[in-house]
Structures are given as structure tokens and as C-alpha cells.
Design a protein. Structure first.
Length: 420
């Protein structure tokens, strides 16, 4: 099977193309070295050696000891495992703190914990997506078991001061976890400098396959496995190791370190050129999130008077891939919880599109998007009754039209719930 038309990919925060070097590294473990790494015979032991080599490579990516690296199935499992362990190992503590802009892996697990009798504080953020550390400090209680704050937001790219947060947690005797899934290859990660107790990664965000992740567990941190099974991963995660994916993760970790400069120079320049073109040529647009304190590849732009889903549909017809937020919330009728937490009105949040670039993007990709996007926005605004410049705007009460639109969205959501 092959693609029928060219793809212009601007959704690297959702997933990334598997690097050719990574494919080459994993193929022998699908064709030849397919033994179980836990087996006692030489064939299995040989495979086990490659797993440990990959562990060293991934540990090198975050400047950790290989013994502090536990392979998981994904970032979600890693996040859930950190939460679960912190609470299990501290049975007298029933409180966790996270932010209102976390990935759904944390937001939904927080809701699950609340149903089981735990107390969860979701810290608000400022209009630029930044966190008030004074509010975090005030929120820590004697029964707080864990503070979990993402290193960089998946929708806006906004970066959080994890080293300061971890230092605050240490001073209060509270465990600290960070979801760093979006960061490898874009920013340098050093767990010793950060001072966190737990850190989560997912390989498919750094040009490796889906289905393999990692949880860093700081040395001497008490830990309760989330998956109970055999003695794999030194007893910290049951289940036969996915060897080919683990080897792929290791190779991708090496590549991520090698492409760090490219992400922060060429890719950043592409992102800036795209963003500046959009803001300069398309009226009634605004950047969402801090201008400087964000990942070098991410631009989240609000287009007033249009729905992001309509924009994405028309872009898709031209072979352009972008998103309106996290891929894990695709299909939701609600505006982005990240943008809502930043104070964006629902209509502006629904008109926001995320463009996330990567090392395989080119100047030609950006030129193509810059040429195709303005007429798409204009086309949608021309037919939108919410646009003050609509030729029939004298026939519309804009405030009423917005309210009607909100009611229609709510009714559609209710119909979906009833259908389920």
C-alpha cells in the first residue's frame, strides 16, 4: 500500500514518522532475533543483551542511570504508573496535584482517582499558559502524595519550570512527576538537573514506533508496579518485553540527541516563518500560548469566526495534516480543555489549529501551507454568520448567533451520549 497523494505533515506532536534508521535497527528483531529475552538459553540471552543496550541509549537521552529506566507500552501507562505508585507507597496520603492543561492521560486518571475517594487539585494557568508557582506552593498539603506537571504542553508547546517545581516538592517532602513526552529531540533533558522522581516518555513522539514508552524512576524511590506479572524490568513492570520496539526506541533516542540542534535552528525558523506569515496575512488571528517559552516546533493559532474542524477538513483535502489539539481528544465536541484553561472563549478555542513541525519538514512544505491556508480561512469566513464582515451581517445578531451555535453544539453532544 502506498500514499495516493503527497502528504504535508504538520502534526508531529500527535505522532512522528518512524525514521528509516529506526526501521533498520528493529527489523532483525522481527526476522532473526525473535527469542524471548527472559529465556535462559543463549538465543534468549543474546536478545536480552540488545534490550539492555537500548536501555543504555534511552538513559543517555535523559542523562539517567540505565537501572532507572523502565520500559512501558506508552506515555499513558508511564503516567498512570507514577500516580499509582506514589499513592500506593504512601497510603496515608490521598491528595495529588496536577494542572488544568495536562494531557488526557493525567486528566482522566485524575477523575478516576476522585471516584475512588482521592482528592485531586487541578492548578489553573495564566492566559499565556504559564503556571503560578506560588499557587502551587500554597496547594501542597500534608497529605499530598504527588505533584505532576508536564514539561511542555502538547497543544501550545508552553514549557514549564520543572526544576523549580521539583525543588519545591523536595522541600515539602512530596514526590514529583513530569510528563516529558513532547520534549525529546526538542529540548535537552537531564533528570539530575531537573530533580524529578518520575519522568515519562513515549517513543512515537521521537520517530520510533507506537507501543513503547518509558518511565524514569529515580534511584531509591520506592515503587509499586502498575502491571503485575513476571520479573521483567527488574520486577517493576510485568509482561514480555517488546524487543523490536525497545531496540527502535534506543536508536531513536540516539537520533533525538543528534537532531537537537536542527530542531532548535532550522525547524524553529520554519515554525516562525509559518507563524509570522499566518499572523501577517490572515486578519483576526492570534497566537495561543507564550511567545518564547515554548517548544521550537509548535504554533497554536486561533482563527476567529471559523471552526477548526472545518479548516482541518479542507486542509486534509489538500494533503495537509494538522490538528485542533491532542489526537487523544479527536471527535470531542468540547473546546480544548487546554485553551479553555487559558481563558479563551469557547468560539475562539474551537477555531484554534495546532501546527507542529519536525525534522522532516522542508521550506517547500511551509510554502505550500502558506499558499493554501489564507484562501481556506477566507472561504469559511465568507459563509460564517459569526463573521462581522459577512455580507448579510445586518441580518444577524452576532451575540444571538454565537449563543445559538453553543446550544446546537450542546444538543449534538447530548444526542451522542443518548446514542451511546
Amino acid at each position: 500500500m502506498s500514499l495516493s497523494k503527497p502528504i504535508y505533515y504538520f502534526d508531529n506532536n500527535a505522532t512522528t514518522r518512524v525514521a528509516p534508521e529506526v526501521v533498520d535497527a528493529m527489523l532483525p528483531f522481527l526476522r532473526e532475533f525473535w527469542g524471548n529475552p527472559s529465556s535462559a538459553y543463549a538465543f534468549g540471552a543474546q536478545v536480552h543483551g540488545h534490550v539492555e543496550r537500548a536501555r543504555e541509549q534511552v538513559a543517555g537521552l535523559i542523562h539517567a542511570d540505565p537501572k532507572e529506566v523502565v520500559f512501558t507500552s506508552c506515555g499513558t501507562e508511564s503516567n498512570n504508573s507514577a500516580f499509582n505508585s506514589a499513592l500506593y507507597m504512601n497510603p496515608g496520603k490521598k491528595h495529588v496535584i496536577t494542572t488544568a492543561v495536562e494531557h488526557s492521560a493525567n486528566m482522566n486518571f485524575g477523575e478516576y482517582l476522585q471516584k475512588r475517594g482521592h482528592d485531586v487539585t487541578y492548578l489553573p494557568v495564566e492566559s499565556d499558559g504559564q503556571l503560578d508557582l506560588h499557587l502551587l506552593e500554597k496547594s501542597i498539603r500534608p497529605d499530598t502524595a504527588l505533584v505532576s506537571v508536564m514539561m511542555a504542553n502538547n497543544e501550545t508547546g508552553v514549557i514549564f519550570p520543572i526544576a523549580e517545581i521539583a525543588a519545591l516538592c523536595r522541600s515539602r517532602g512530596v514526590l514529583c512527576h513530569t510528563d516529558a513526552v513532547q520534549v525529546p529531540g526538542k529540548l535537552r533533558i537531564d533528570v539530575k538537573e531537573l530533580g524529578v522522581d518520575f519522568l515519562s516518555l513515549s517513543a512515537h513522539k521521537l520517530h520510533a514506533p507506537k507501543g513503547i514508552g518509558m518511565l524514569y524512576i529515580k534511584r531509591r524511590t520506592r515503587f509499586q508496579p502498575y502491571l503485575i506479572g513476571g520479573h521483567q524490568e527488574r520486577g517493576r513492570r510485568g509482561g514480555t518485553e517488546s524487543v523490536a520496539n525497545i531496540v527502535a526506541f534506543g536508536r531513536a533516542a540516539e537520533l533525538a540527541q543528534a537532531t537537537l540542534e536542527d530542531e532548535n535552528t532550522r525547524v524553529r525558523a520554519l515554525r516562525d516563518r509559518l507563524e509570522q506569515h499566518i499572523l501577517a496575512t490572515i486578519p483576526n488571528t492570534v497566537r495561543n500560548g507564550h511567545r518564547d517559552l515554548r517548544l521550537p516546533n509548535t504554533a497554536n493559532i486561533a482563527f476567529d469566526f471559523v471552526e477548526a474542524e472545518a479548516v482541518l477538513l479542507l486542509l486534509d483535502q489538500l494533503g495537509i495534516c494538522a490538528s485542533s489539539g491532542s489526537a487523544c481528544t479527536t471527535g470531542s465536541l468540547d473546546p480544548s480543555h487546554v485553551l479553555t484553561a487559558m481563558g479563551l472563549p469557547p468560539m475562539r478555542a474551537r477555531g484554534s489549529v495546532r501546527f507542529s513541525l519536525g525534522i522532516y519538514n522542508t521550506d517547500a512544505d511551509v510554502d505550500y501551507l502558506c499558499a493554501k491556508l489564507p484562501p481556506i480561512i477566507q472561504r469559511l469566513r465568507d459563509i460564517s454568520p459569526l463573521n462581522p464582515d459577512h455580507p448579510d451581517n445586518d441580518k444577524y445578531d452576532i451575540a444571538k448567533a454565537r449563543a445559538d451555535h453553543e446550544r446546537e453544539q450542546a444538543a449534538e453532544k447530548e444526542r451522542e451520549v443518548v446514542a451511546v
